[in-house]
Structure formats: C-alpha cells, structure tokens
Design a protein around this ligand. Structure first.
Ligand code: HEM
Length: 533
C-alpha cells in the first residue's frame, strides 16, 4: 500500500462529498429541522477534526453504537448521515430510495476521467444509470435461471486444481484469479486460466488507476474546482486523457472480441449490451463497470471466508459432514445440490456478515429534503446529504446477532438445520443502488465454498512468518484488513498463509478426474440462446 493511499479518510470523505455537496450546500443550509443525533462539534467546522485518519468503518460503527441507527455528522457544513441498523436502512435507503439513491459527485471524475458517465455505478442517478440497471437486471434474470452456473462451476473446479497443485501456497492469488476469470468469462468470453493473462493484467491495472483517480489527492480541482477554468494541457487533463485512451482501448478490444471475434459463439454480457446499441447511445461502453465492481469484492469475500475458517474452525466438521451426506465420495458438489445444503448457504451469509466486503457501503447522496421517522422521533435530512449504509454496524447490531464478532454460520439455521426465514443483508447495499450482481456473486461464493470444503481441510500454516521468524499471527481485527486505507470501499484481508490439505487420496483422484473430463469450451458452457423461428 502506498503512503498516499494511507493518508486516509478525512481527505477521502471531503473528496467524496466533492462537488455534489457543494451543489447542494446552499439548499441544505437554508432548510431546517431536528437532525439525527451525533457527536457535538466545533462551530462552523463541526466534526471535521474528529474523523480519524484510519479505520473509518470502526469509527462509524462506534458512532452508530453510541447514538443509534441514524447518526448525523457535520463536516464543515456538509451533512453526512450514518445508517447503522436495518430498521433505519429500510426507512431511509429502501422506502425513500427515490430520494436517497444518487451518488456524491467527484469533480475530477465527472469532468475529466469519465465525462461520458459510463461509470454508472459511481455516477449520479441519471438516464445512463437507469439503462444500465435495466440491462443488468436482464443479465441477472438469466443468472437466476442458472445460465451462468456451468461456467461458475468450471472456474471453481479449476481453482480446486490450482489448490491441489500447490497445497494452497498461492491460495490468495487463486481466489483473485477465480473471481476475475469467472467475471471476465461471462462478461467478455475472456477465460483466464493462469491469472497472468495480459488482458487480465490490463483490466486490473485500469481498475487500480481508476481507484487512484477517485482519491481526493488525484487532482487539485477536487479541492479548488475553479482552477479548471485555466485552459490548456494542464496535468490533470493530460493524466485523465491518458487514462481514458488506455481504458477505452482495452474495453473496445474486449467488447469487440466478445461481440464479433473469438468469443462470438458465447452469450456474453457484452454481446447482450451491444445488442441494445442505438445510434444515440452505445450501451457497450457501460461494460467497463462490471470488472471493477465484481472482481475484488468476490475475491475478498472468499479470502474472508478462509480467514473465518482459520480463526473460528469449530464449524468445519459439521459443514463437511453435511456436504458429504448429500454429495457422497464419488463426485464434487454441483449447483444441483444447493437446495439440499443449507449449511453452505449459511456459510455464504456468515461470510458476508462477519466482515462485509464494503464495510461502510458505497455512499449515496440524497437529492431532496426529507423528514424521516425513526424510533418515535422525526429527523430532518437535507438534500445533498451523503448517506453511508454502515454494513459493519448493521451486520453487528447489538442484540440481533449473538456473539456477533464470531464466525458462526449456525446463527442462520434453525434447530432442524434449515435456513431461518426472513434473511436480510446490508452487504450488497440498498435501494436503487443495491448491488445488481448479487445473484452472480452468491453463486460464485456458494460453489467455491462447497467444493473447497468437500476436497480440503483448510488449516493454519505452522511455517514461521518470514517477516518475524515467529509463528504467523492470524488476526481478524481491523488491522488485518486493507480496504479502507485503499479508499476503494472494499475491505480485503491482507494476505495470510493457509494450508489446503486434501481430505483423502480418493477425493484428489475424483477432483482430478472431474477436471480431466469436464467440458472446457466456453461456447458450450455459455451458449447463445437458440433463435426463435
Ligand atoms: C461478494 C461480492 C459482492 C459484494 C459484497 C458487492 C457489494 C456491492 C455494494 C455494497 C454495492 C453498493 C450498493 C449501494 O450503493 O447501496 C455494489 C454495487 C455494485 N455492484 Fe456489487 N458486490 C459484489 C459483487 C458484484 C458482482 C459479481 C457484480 C457484477 C456482476 C457487481 C456489480 C455491481 C455494480 C454494477 C454496482 C453499482 C450499482 C449502482 O450503483 O447502481 N457486484 N456492490
């Protein structure tokens, strides 16, 4: 992690608030009413100096525990609202979704890095966002029908091969590869068997650069927008143009290959988007959003699952017993087993709850004044408020989750071992911004967890930590996660060693045989729908 990224949150929050807040500032100042409770602050500057330099999610969570599910902060006049329990989240982010589903606008991104608003996941609510959500809903309806399961199963089986090959030495990278390859295969027909493919590397580098460009320090015009009136090739323009050219070249190539080239037989998401192109709007340009949103989140959720297994391993025998009872010894789990394996479902839910991938969500911005009723009180939330759905607080709500910091999948099961009804999660966000990729993500998590537990005992490494010479210290505290410091809202555990020990020679043989015999042609795994005559 570079030092620039480590200068944490005050600047990050300031930039995220960016021009969106500036735009709404005058309106919000003029409106009145009782605000949600929050820590007292200085005159004018409010709470700006209280926001810590790191561990923002923990700070937000502690405020939610102290002040309740709706917390108000004032950052030098700019209103920030923290939503810290499910009741408040439903009231504000779900029921009032029409007013609370925009995004804060970062001037540098809007005017230079993404002037065409192709980044619909970070742009304000607009026509592009509506179109992209509609198209994605269509893709996800196919995912729900199981159309991507063959590829997801194929990628999970390949990951098992990689883990068998090296006993888990590079397990962390295998999860990164898996998440990337599953997404890029389905989106562009780009299967990445090694994780070293040049196109994949370019995708990852572009995501990293974009994340960097989103940081406040990326451009002085985030702080002093008037400087943008200076004409000519200023450094921020040159950098943004270079990035645009690089990313456009990458996605033009990927989409072109998906639509007409080597992956032409496949029913890729790019091909679906391109079919809806119109002269006035080229929908294929919206495709660059998927990689950024899908790859890191899915990988880090699987990495978090492994951390949960190493820190709280008590549940592993029960999970394996259930899987073995349903699947047997002669084959690996498939999606056909899903309804018979509630324990694996509970593992997916607990992974997303225990250490949510986006600990304070992705900020929304309100577009109109509103009065919200919460716990018998009415609170005024001005237009232009930045609203964080703090998953880290919501998923650890006191009184709702017993032993809340423990990785305990049983919490989602009744005494008969069946899933309790009424499951709700904040891990995928809320309202009109709720993660549209959730059906795909859940399937990836499910099949990988099921296959890993069928094949391996996942254990701590007893090799000394090369940095200290002492046994590796496994940690699930904030210090063990990188996300906030990277300012990209996601929350990956830092790399840690794990041993993937095959449960038996027979299981190795079955896993190897299944790989040798499985279908590997992407055109068959994700076929085009048959033409209707
Ligand atoms: C475990 C995996 C994942 C997690 C935890 C996750 C979580 C999230 C969260 C918290 C948000 C912000 C929601 C909000 O603002 O309220 C989001 C947005 C988004 N996610 Fe995911 N995500 C995951 C995987 C995926 C996948 C696989 C895809 C695509 C196939 C995807 C596509 C998107 C997109 C496009 C958005 C922006 C939506 C919008 O602004 O309207 N995500 N995700």
């Amino acid at each position: 992690m570079d030092p620039q990224s480590q200068q944490l949150t005050l600047a990050a929050v300031a930039a995220l608030l960016g021009a969106g807040v500036f735009l709404s500032y005058s309106r919000s100042r003029s409106a009145g009413g009782k605000r949600p409770p929050g820590p007292p602050g200085l005159p004018i500057l409010g709470n700006i100096f209280q926001v810590p330099g790191e561990h923002l999610a923990s700070y937000f969570r502690s405020l939610c525990e102290e002040y309740g599910g709706l917390v108000s902060l004032n950052l030098a006049g700019f209103p920030v609202i923290l939503v810290g329990d499910m009741k408040a989240a439903k009231e504000v982010l779900e029921k009032r979704s029409a007013k609370f589903s925009s995004r804060p606008l970062v001037p540098y991104i809007r005017h230079h890095v993404d002037p065409t608003k192709a980044y619909w996941g970070v742009c304000e609510q607009n026509e592009t966002h509506n179109i992209a959500r509609r198209l994605t809903a269509g893709l996800m309806s196919a995912v729900r029908q199981g159309k991507t399961e063959a590829i997801q199963q194929f990628e999970a089986l390949l990951t098992v091969q990689h883990l068998l090959d090296d006993g888990g030495k590079n397990w962390y990278k295998h999860m990164n590869r898996l998440a990337a390859s599953a997404t890029l295969s389905v989106a562009f027909g780009l299967h990445c068997p090694t994780g070293e493919e040049p196109d994949l590397k370019e995708v990852i580098e572009c995501i990293a650069e974009f994340v960097h460009l989103c940081t406040p320090s990326a451009s002085i015009i985030n702080i002093f927008p008037f400087l943008d009136y200076i004409p000519g090739p200023m450094p921020w323009r040159t950098r943004a143009r270079a990035y645009r050219a690089r990313e456009d070249a990458l996605y033009d190539k990927l989409v072109e290959e998906a639509v007409s080239g080597k992956a032409s037989g496949m029913n890729t998401w790019a091909a679906t988007f391109a079919r809806t192109d119109k002269p006035e709007g080229d929908q294929r340009r919206l495709m660059n959003q998927f990689a950024g949103a899908a790859i890191e989140t899915t990988a880090l959720a699987l990495q978090t699952f492994v951390l949960g297994a190493l820190i709280h391993p008590e549940w592993i025998p029960r999970a394996q017993k259930e899987i073995d009872a349903v699947v047997g010894l002669d084959r690996l789990p498939t999606f056909a087993d899903r309804t018979h394996l509630p324990y694996v479902e509970a593992l997916v839910r607990e992974t997303l709850r225990w250490r949510p991938a986006a600990r304070f969500g992705v900020p929304h911005m309100s577009t109109a004044d509103d009065v919200v009723e919460y716990n018998g009180q009415e609170y005024f939330i001005p237009a232009g408020s930045i609203v964080f759905g703090v998953a880290w607080a919501i998923e650890h709500e006191a009184g709702k989750y017993e032993d809340r910091d423990r990785f305990l999948p049983e919490r989602f099961l009744d005494e008969k071992g069946q899933l309790k009804p009424g499951y709700e999660t904040s891990a995928f966000g809320f309202g009109r911004r709720v993660c549209p990729g959730a059906p795909f993500a859940e399937r990836s998590l499910w099949i990988n967890i099921a296959m890993i537990l069928w094949t391996f005992n996942v254990k701590r490494s007893d090799k000394p930590d090369p940095k200290t010479g002492l046994p590796f210290k496994y940690d699930s505290s904030d210090a063990a996660f990188s996300g906030e410091a990277r300012l990209d809202f996601s929350n990956a555990p830092f790399e840690f060693p794990a041993v993937f020990e095959p449960r038996s020679a027979q299981r190795v043989e079955v896993a190897r045989r299944e790989w040798a015999e499985c279908e590997k042609d992407l055109n068959v795994l994700l076929p085009q729908p048959k033409e209707k005559h």
